[in-house]
Design a binder for this molecule. Structure first.
Ligand SMILES: [Zn+2]
Length: 306
């Protein structure tokens, strides 16, 4: 859509992924005016920070109005108070004072948050949870990301590390967590792309899902089993948070769709306490690959107070 009215002010939202990063210029109505992409895969820390700066500068140069702030959604554990990227699995960001570095290099106010928090905020405001003030998001990919919105605000915990549903214990005697986590039997040990590929006996989760769609009985069973584990995790979330809506996103969930969600929903409703068991909606994410960027832009527009 072409903006017909000049934007009064704009922000930049950046979604920093393990393979690439996207910086988008958004106005106060969340219309996106320009997108700048950079590769992130295999970069050292310094080169990654340079790529962030370059993408933001490209976006800033193309913006139709002055940029007020920049929001970054980063797949890592964040220390919110210090703006510190504490630990990331897929990016070289360990104890990096990300907010201070970007503030200095960009000369703009910078807000940083976990990428799944950004996506959760976006789904709550303009996606699958629009109109809801209580939402939980799970994103299923290589592992599980998550975000919690309560009373319309992101719940970040004491330092910013809250909202990690992938590390809920589903089986106390289960296998060691495949993530960088000391737990055992975590949800993401059973619910992830690699877990589905392994259980389904294929190289990738996509192959298992495609086989299930073609009616392959073993693949259908593998997806159903993963759905049941996911449902057990969602039942925990329903009991703990009583959300209005549970949004399940990420490549694996979006691709599998109802094949997965149907089993997750059945298990969650059978196991959770009322009234959440009956009332909560359990749905696939709506906003796709730009949810993180748009959520980061929302944070920037709100000055990081959400
Ligand atoms: Zn874990």
């Amino acid at each position: 859509m072409v903006a017909t009215v000049a934007a009064a002010s704009c922000v930049i939202g950046v979604d920093l992924g393990g393979t690439k990063l996207l910086a988008g210029v958004a106005d106060e109505h969340l219309a996106v005016h320009h997108r700048a992409y950079r590769q992130a895969l295999g970069l050292e820390t310094g080169d990654l920070l340079d790529a962030c700066v370059a993408a933001v500068e490209e976006a800033r140069a193309a913006a139709p109005a002055d940029i007020q702030a920049v929001g970054f959604g980063i797949p890592c554990l964040m220390d919110q108070e210090r703006g510190m990227a504490v630990m990331a699995v897929n990016l070289p960001l360990i104890d990096v004072p990300f907010r201070d570095i970007m503030t200095e290099r960009l000369g703009l106010p910078v807000i940083v948050d976990n990428d799944a928090n950004c996506a959760a905020l976006c789904e709550a405001r303009v996606g699958a949870g629009v109109g809801c003030s209580e939402l939980v998001l799970l994103t299923i990919g290589t592992g599980i990301g998550g975000g919690i919105v309560a009373r319309g605000h992101l719940q970040r915990g004491a330092s910013g590390a809250a909202g990690e549903p992938g590390h809920m214990t589903i089986d106390a005697d289960g296998p060691p967590c495949p993530g960088d986590c000391p737990g055992r039997g975590c949800l993401e040990a059973y619910v992830s792309g690699p877990a589905l590929a392994r259980v389904g006996g294929r190289d990738t989760a996509t192959e298992v899902i495609n086989a299930a769609r073609s009616g392959d009985a073993a693949a259908v069973e593998a997806v159903a089993k993963m759905g049941e584990k996911l449902g057990a995790g969602i039942a925990n979330l329903l009991n703990l948070l009583e959300p209005e809506v549970v949004v399940v996103g990420g490549g694996v969930a979006v691709h599998a769709g109802d094949l997965l969600l149907e089993h997750a929903e059945k298990t969650a409703r059978a196991r959770a306490l009322e009234p959440a068991a009956s009332n909560a909606r359990i749905v696939v994410a709506e906003l796709g690959i730009e949810a993180g960027m748009l959520g980061a832009a929302m944070l920037a527009l709100d000055g990081g107070v959400v």
